[in-house]
Design a protein around this ligand. Structure first.
Ligand code: NI
Ligand code: MN
Length: 226
């Protein structure tokens, strides 16, 4: 599994030949918009954790030019189905076996309205169990006890956690979340995009190291392989 970071919570997962884009926010992200164009993305699936603009801004355009299937909660799926996009609706606790692996939509504590005020259901995260690796994409969330359920589902190879604070967990809660999900390898997301979520990179890395955890911070366009 190849995971490429494009800022905020935008991730491109490549599992065998299948491309899965998570929470596309490129054209409105000053950190990403000059590095890659949304027309560069040709993907099979788009996974959306919740409806906020910094997670869905480019979903419609990329889904339309890619003929991608949008996977999200029921309300978000219906929102895009009305725009003529193929969707796969899920809801919390539900699993589906896709052609790249098994996906479970799991709880997150956050909110989920579209920029125009349309109700975007309840926010979530995804646990993806593929042949090569199991990963947890927390989405925007507070630290929650529900994270303790995840190691009962699968042994994770990577936890993708927000670390920017203010709108989501900050670094101290992310370290606790890493304990809850029983995965010491963390890819940090949802930081530096706006003033509210700027982080001190050295400080967060030092905090993770002092807890014997491995925090990965990628530049826009950088990737890791699992
Ligand atoms: Ni959000
Ligand atoms: Mn967000």
């Amino acid at each position: 599994m190849k995971i490429t970071f494009f800022g905020q919570n935008t991730l491109l997962l490549e599992i065998n030949e299948i491309k899965i884009l998570v929470d596309p926010f490129i054209s409105g992200n000053p950190m990403a918009k000059d590095r890659i164009k949304i027309t560069d993305f040709k993907v099979d699936y788009i996974l959306l954790t919740h409806a906020h603009q910094d997670h869905t801004l480019d979903a419609e355009a990329i889904a339309k030019h890619s003929n991608a299937i949008i996977v999200s909660n029921y309300e978000i799926a219906m929102y895009y189905q009305e725009k003529g996009i193929e969707v796969h609706p899920m809801n919390h606790g539900g699993n589906w076996e896709f052609n790249f692996g098994k996906v479970k939509y799991v709880n997150a504590i956050h909110t989920s309205s579209f920029p125009d005020g349309t109700y975007g259901g309840q926010p979530g995260g995804f646990v993806i169990q593929a042949e090569s690796a199991s990963i947890y994409i927390a989405g925007d969330t507070a630290l929650t006890m529900d994270m303790k359920l995840i190691p009962l589902i699968t042994k994770l190879d990577l936890a993708i956690l927000p670390i920017g604070d203010n709108f989501t967990m900050g670094i101290d809660d992310a370290i606790i979340a890493s304990d809850f999900v029983e995965c010491d390898k963390v890819l940090g997301v949802h930081y530096d995009t706006f003033g509210y979520i700027e982080i001190d990179h050295e400080e967060v890395k030092r905090k993770f190291r002092s807890n014997d955890k491995d925090l990965i911070l990628l530049e826009v366009g950088q990737h890791i392989e699992l």
